[in-house]
Ligand binder design. Structure first.
Ligand code: HEM
Length: 210
C-alpha cells in the first residue's frame, strides 16, 4: 500500500486475482491453439503441442481453485441491490464518461458485479464441460462420458471461451487504459483518494468515515 492512499485489495486478494488472471490467459491462448490448425503455433508459448495439452487441464485446476477462493473472498461485496439497478439504467452515460449522470457506485459498480457473476457462471461451465474431455473414462464415480457427450461439452467449452475471452478484453481495457490509476489497485493494493472519490464515491465516503 502506498503512503496517503486508500487500501483497496489485500495481499491475499491480489495473489488470488493474479492466479485466476494469469491461469485464464494461459488457458485462453492454449485453448485457442487447440481450436484451429492455423492457431496451433500458439502452443510454442507453452513449450510445444504435447506440453500445452498436458498443462491446459492442470492450469484449469489452478483457475478453478483460484476462482473458488475469489468467489468467497468477494461475494459479500458483489450482491446486486437497488442502487445497482439504477446504475445499470445509466450505463450508457458511464460508457461516454458522463459522470454527472451516473449514480454513485460503492466498492464495485454494477458493471463490475455483473462481470464477477458472469465469470463465475463461465467458470462453472469450463469445469463441467472440461472434465469429460480430460477424463472421458469417468471421474469420482461419474461417467464414462461417451462420444456424443464429449462433443457437446466441446461446443459448450468453446462457446464459453469466446464469451470469456471477449469479456476479458473489456475487463483489461477498463482496468488499465480507460481508467488510469486502476491497475495499481491490483499491483500494490491501494488507490489515490481522488480516484476513489471519482469512480467509487460511496465507497470513498465509507472509507473516509463519512
Ligand atoms: C489478465 C489480465 C487482467 C488484468 C490486467 C486485470 C486487472 C484488474 C484490475 C486492475 C482490477 C481492479 C478494479 C478495481 O479496483 O475497481 C480487477 C478486478 C477484478 N478482476 Fe481482473 N484483471 C485481469 C484478469 C482477470 C480475469 C481473467 C478474471 C476472471 C476470470 C478477473 C476478475 C476480476 C474481478 C471479478 C474483479 C473485481 C471486479 C472488477 O473490477 O471487475 N480478472 N482486475
Amino acid at each position: 500500500m502506498r503512503h496517503g492512499e486508500i487500501q483497496r485489495f489485500t495481499f491475499l486478494e491480489r495473489i488470488v486475482h493474479w492466479v485466476v488472471g494469469l491461469s485464464f490467459l494461459f488457458l485462453l491462448l492454449t485453448g485457442l491453439a487447440f481450436s484451429h490448425p492455423r492457431l496451433f503455433w500458439l502452443t510454442t508459448l507453452a513449450g510445444g503441442g504435447a506440453t500445452a495439452r498436458i498443462l491446459h487441464p492442470w492450469m484449469g485446476v489452478a483457475f478453478t481453485v483460484g476462482g473458488v477462493a475469489m468467489f468467497f473472498l468477494w461475494i459479500r461485496d458483489m450482491r446486486i441491490d437497488a442502487a445497482d439497478r439504477e446504475w445499470l439504467k445509466a450505463i450508457r452515460y458511464y460508457a461516454v464518461h458522463d459522470k454527472a449522470r451516473v449514480p454513485a457506485a460503492g466498492k464495485y459498480n454494477a458493471g463490475q458485479k455483473m462481470f464477477f457473476w458472469t465469470m463465475t457462471a463461465l467458470g462453472a461451465a469450463y469445469l463441467v464441460s472440461g472434465v469429460p474431455m480430460w477424463m472421458p473414462g469417468g471421474v469420482l464415480g461419474v461417467g464414462p462420458f461417451y462420444g456424443g457427450i464429449v462433443n457437446a461439452m466441446r461446443l459448450v467449452h468453446y462457446m464459453a471461451t469466446v464469451g470469456g475471452g471477449l469479456l476479458l478484453i473489456v475487463h483489461v481495457y477498463l482496468g488499465t487504459v480507460a481508467y488510469p490509476g486502476t491497475l495499481g489497485a491490483m499491483l500494490h493494493g491501494s488507490v489515490t483518494r481522488g480516484w476513489a472519490k471519482l469512480h467509487h464515491p460511496r465507497w470513498h465516503g465509507k472509507e473516509s468515515g463519512r
